[in-house]
Ligand binder design. Structure first.
Ligand SMILES: Nc1nc2c(c(=O)[nH]1)N[C@H]1C(S)=C(S)[C@@H](COP(=O)(O)O)O[C@H]1N2
Ligand SMILES: [Mo]
Length: 319
């Protein structure tokens, strides 16, 4: 079967598609009265078969999770990236992920839960109304950004799959596809990229899955079609282009932790008191700013998340 690449779709067809989308919204209204009109708008555009990175998402709900700090310019957030599957230089993902195909896409749910299976992305997202979350993002390389994500609480998704009492952790896996991901042709990391969270971290209201940013469908270089965002942890925990969730009893491995266990712990909570061997974590450079600013414990989210770690030694043992 010949699949058209997005950039090959003539503009006449794109107009047709927007009419199709409106019709589709109307249709889904009559099918599922339980969803709000706003949510349907968002779902409508994300469920399109040839959804384009950068396309506006309609009906995004505002949320209380915002900051009044200045947003990082869209240009910086989409050209200064870490996504080693597309290369290790900051500009590589924006250059080499252009043709990355994010449709069709499916996500597999495995392990300790009542509803394992493989789900089309559209069905995976369908029940979730999208909201805006403006979060700080702090990379372990000591730079940071402020990004308006479009997503939904991971907790809501996890509940749908009914984890069993043995589910103590969730493991996430990125797509493995060296043909499309040139970085995976070299053993820079142990592919595919995997990450993990303790169940209470995964269920925390700050933890989201993002399908968009800046009001638009997630650009490929930022982890389309679906990535994790855990704002109180170093950026590498926020795994991109997810194809699998697995509920486990044992603490899962994580790619950076396996590569250098002394440098990258499983928890990796932002901690100005625990330096990385190569980078002091006491300060950070907000992209676009010249002077460094102090780094805050848990990236400024301590009031919300510090209680998850009561009694744990976050410097020497659970870093
Ligand atoms: N699959 C995958 N996910 C990933 C990475 C990666 O290389 N591969 N890099 C991580 C790192 S180190 C950071 S700082 C953030 C960067 O996200 P951004 O490029 O959207 O700002 O993505 C994280 N998620
Ligand atoms: Mo990072």
């Amino acid at each position: 079967m010949l699949i058209k690449r997005p950039q090959e779709i003539p503009s006449s067809e794109i107009t047709d598609r927007s009419v199709y989308l409106r019709r589709r919204e109307f249709l889904s209204c009559s099918i599922d009265a339980g969803l709000t009109a706003a949510a349907l708008g968002a779902f409508g555009s994300l469920a399109a078969p040839s959804v384009l990175a950068g396309e506006k998402i309609s009906g995004i709900a505002k949320s209380a999770y915002v900051t009044d700090e200045e947003l990082t310019p869209y240009e910086s957030a989409t050209t200064y990236n870490n996504f080693y599957e597309f290369g290790t230089a900051k500009e590589d993902p924006s250059l080499y992920a252009k043709d990355f195909r994010t449709r069709p896409w499916s996500v597999t749910v495995e392990g300790e839960c009542a509803r394992p299976g493989t789900y089309a992305l559209e069905d995976f997202l369908k029940p979730h109304a999208l909201e805006e979350r403006i979060y700080r993002l702090r990379c372990v390389e000591a730079w940071s950004m402020v990004i308006p994500w479009v997503g939904f609480p991971l907790a809501d998704l996890i509940r749908r799959f009914e984890p069993t009492g043995n589910a103590k952790y969730v493991e996430f896996t990125t797509l493995l596809d060296p043909q499309q991901m040139p970085g995976q042709r070299r053993a820079v990391l142990d592919w595919p990229y995997v990450e993990g969270l303790r169940m209470d971290e995964a269920m925390h209201p700050l933890t989201i899955l993002a399908a968009g940013m800046y009001g638009e469908v997630l650009p490929n270089q930022n982890g389309a079609p679906l990535r994790l965002v855990v704002p109180w942890k170093y950026g590498f925990k926020s795994i991109k282009s997810i194809v699998k969730l697995r509920f486990t009893e044992e603490q899962p491995g994580s790619t950076w932790n396996r590569a250098a266990p002394d440098e990258y712990g499983f928890y990796s909570n932002v901690n100005p008191e625990r330096d990385h061997p190569r980078w002091s974590q006491a300060k950070e450079r907000r992209i676009g700013e010249f002077l460094k600013r102090p780094t805050l414990p848990f990236n400024g989210y301590a009031d919300q998340v510090a209680s998850l770690y009561t009694g744990m030694d976050l410097v020497n043992r659970y870093f």
